[in-house]
Design a protein around this ligand. Structure first.
Ligand code: UD1
Length: 429
């Protein structure tokens, strides 16, 4: 298995282009199931997660063609007909979001059998709200032996869906199913994340009638069929935030480009409060830190536009060397502090109690061997490695490859000493 080795101490100077958002791309890919015409997605990131989903979509009858198009990396997805409504466990378990093929499959062909995704390292992550939404739309749902059987032989019907709490995945899933339903669907207490707005724009380009994404109420007027379209994936705000934190951690000056301002304001405010220089630009931002130590600041994760849970691990890494004590509260996922013990192997002083971590900044981290436990946790270890004395090696980086495109190359171009050790033959314990 590959590992990443980081030699700490180099400042970062340069420019990093931000890729298309993983979390948006995988929902947009699922939208290709809704039409018999080709969907061309541009600004596509090339990631393990998009590959996983591509594999699953091919099993369902979608041709998936990746290429370099006139406007950069593109994927063309084309499902002239759905050849199978079966999404097996071995493919769904590799990436939880592939569960979101269920709604489009039922919407287009009236039936589907999709594996339940199971738990994951950041908590139980049930799909009850997804199923509640599909039932409200008239699908008959049965659960047997780890599979969801959904049927709507006469099509889905528009409905009022009120989520008891905000779920990004369930809101997206309800949108993906309702676009072909008969009548009007109103989703109350919808998630407001920018990826929802991206999905709305793509669906509308395909001929759907969706309004209100980005607000708590989304209204979908069903249409009988959708057509092909070209859509550019929104920039990845989590990748942008990650490199912003990396620059603040290592020091120097890094310009983030191909992004969009306004997507990570909650993080940028916290970086400013900690003492980093932040300048917003037309297509991203510039992050600076020259020498002086950052101050400890507190954060609490929240749905958008609050502080993203997917940036919590990175911010914790940043706080390990800040001046003072920082309190980090995680409110979205249970058990999302697995990076804390790994950061402690690098010399961080962290105590976790329930949903809160207290990080007492130390002067210097020390390089060590650490292990990635999930996607965002893994990048927090790379960030810590940027300032740790000596070498830090991060194993199990398949987590990293799920969501960060060409990470070593992007950081390396700014002067970081980061290298991939390819398949060293050591068994993964
Ligand atoms: C998405 C993102 C993930 C991000 C998260 C929160 C993707 C692929 N993943 O995950 O990176 O961290 O949003 O911004 O886009 N829940 C239930 N029942 C459900 C659905 C969710 O109880 O049916 C709970 C979850 O366990 C969690 C909370 O709701 O505690 C929020 O989860 P949700 O917003 O659904 O996250 P995801 O869509 O899974």
């Amino acid at each position: 298995m590959d590992r990443i080795a980081i030699t700490g101490g180099a400042r970062l100077n340069g420019s990093i282009p931000i890729s298309g958002a993983k979390n948006s791309a995988i929902k947009l890919m699922a939208a290709s199931l809704l039409t018999d015409e080709p969907l061309r997605l541009t600004n596509m990131p090339r990631l393990a997660d998009t590959r996983f989903l591509g594999k699953l979509l091919m099993r369902l009858g979608v041709s998936v063609t990746e290429s370099d198009g006139p406007d950069g990396q593109q994927t063309i997805l084309h499902a002239p007909e759905i050849t199978s409504g079966f999404a097996p466990y071995d493919l769904v378990r590799q990436m939880r979001a592939s569960f979101n093929v269920l709604g489009p499959l039922v919407a287009r062909s009236g039936q589907a059998k999709v594996s339940l995704p199971g738990g994951c390292t950041i908590g139980a992550r049930p799909v009850d709200l997804h199923l509640q939404a599909l039932e409200a739309l008239g699908a008959k749902i049965d659960l047997h032996e780890g599979y969801v059987y959904a049927q709507a032989p006469r099509g889905l019907k528009g409905a009022e869906i009120t989520f008891p709490f905000v779920s990004v995945g369930a809101t997206e899933h309800a949108m993906l199913a309702a676009v072909l339903a008969d009548g009007v669907t109103v989703i109350h207490n919808a998630a407001c994340e920018p990826e929802l707005v991206d999905l709305q724009e793509c669906l509308n380009a395909m001929g759907a009638k969706v309004e209100g994404a980005g607000t708590p109420t989304v209204t979908i007027t069903g249409v009988p069929r959708l057509k092909g379209a070209t859509h550019a994936v929104i920039p990845d705000r989590i990748e942008m935030g990650t490199y912003a934190v990396a620059a603040a951690m290592a020091g120097g000056e890094v310009r983030l480009t191909n992004a969009r301002p306004g997507l990570i304001d909650a993080l940028l405010e916290k970086l400013k409060e900690a003492g980093a220089g932040v300048e917003e630009t037309a297509d991203g931002c510039i992050i600076r830190r020259n020498g002086s130590r950052l101050n400890a600041v507190d954060i609490e994760t929240a749905p958008f536009p609050g502080f993203a849970t997917d940036l919590q691990a990175q911010f914790m890494a940043l706080m390990t060397t800040a001046n003072g004590e920082s309190r980090i509260r995680e409110t979205i996922f249970e058990n999302r502090f697995m990076h804390a013990p790994e950061l402690m192997r690098l010399g961080a002083d962290i105590s976790v109690s329930g949903g809160e971590a207290r990080v007492r900044g130390v002067e210097q981290l020390e390089g060590a061997e650490v292990m990635a436990t999930d996607l965002r946790a893994s990048v927090s270890l790379v960030i810590a490695g940027l300032v740790a004395r000596g070498e830090t090696t991060v194993s199990r980086i398949y987590h990293l490859d799920r969501g960060f495109e060409r990470l070593e190359e992007k950081l390396g171009a700014c002067g970081a000493q980061v290298r991939r050790i390819v398949g060293d033959g050591e068994p993964e314990l």
